[in-house]
Ligand binder design. Structure first.
Ligand code: SF4
Length: 166
């Protein structure tokens, strides 16, 4: 199977940055345990977001807010928890990349907020080049016929796939 880059979503990016095996399982429609409390909370948040984004042309990107601040665009994403700050950052960078390339925006940055934690993400050239390379890397990885073997990592114990992997 060839996984086309246009099929990538923020969820894939976040999963891949957390655990590539998680992203691969998700790409094959193997869904995480829907009863898992982390998944249930995430779904509840996603439902709220979708209602708010009904009329937004990029609603498939599923970020929470976009606005203008001091002359540049700012995308904001709220997370229930910052389980993986790097994953959250990459996911937001993916949204920024999509908006920047499709709308030809000059300056766009972002922030992820979880409780009192805030992670800032810059849509600068270096980050855009890194995201372009990451999109290619993930698409190639997801084209692989088999997932990487299970290896326990720091995210396993709160992962919705743990019943599948253990
Ligand atoms: S249980 Fe661990 S190895 Fe399996 S998908 Fe989740 S994080 Fe990855």
């Amino acid at each position: 199977m060839t996984f086309h880059p246009s099929l990538l979503t923020g969820t894939y990016i976040h999963y891949y940055a957390t655990c590539p095996r998680e992203a691969w399982l998700y790409s094959r429609k193997i869904l995480p345990d829907q009863e898992d409390s982390n998944i249930a909370m995430g779904k509840a948040l996603a439902d709220i977001k979708e209602e708010q984004l009904d009329n937004f042309p990029f609603s498939h990107l599923k970020f929470d807010k976009i606005g203008k601040e001091r002359g540049h665009y700012l995308v904001t994403e709220y997370k229930k928890s910052m389980r993986n700050p790097q994953g959250a950052k990459m996911q937001l960078l993916f949204y920024i990349y999509q908006l920047k390339t499709s709308l030809k925006l000059k300056e766009i940055n972002g922030k992820v907020i979880s409780g009192k934690k805030v992670v800032f993400v810059e849509g600068n050239e270096a980050n855009m080049a890194m995201m372009e390379a990451l999109i290619e890397e993930i698409s190639q990885f997801l084209s692989s016929p088999r997932p990487p073997p299970f290896e326990h990592n720091n995210f396993c114990d709160t992962c919705g796939y743990r019943d599948y992997c253990y």
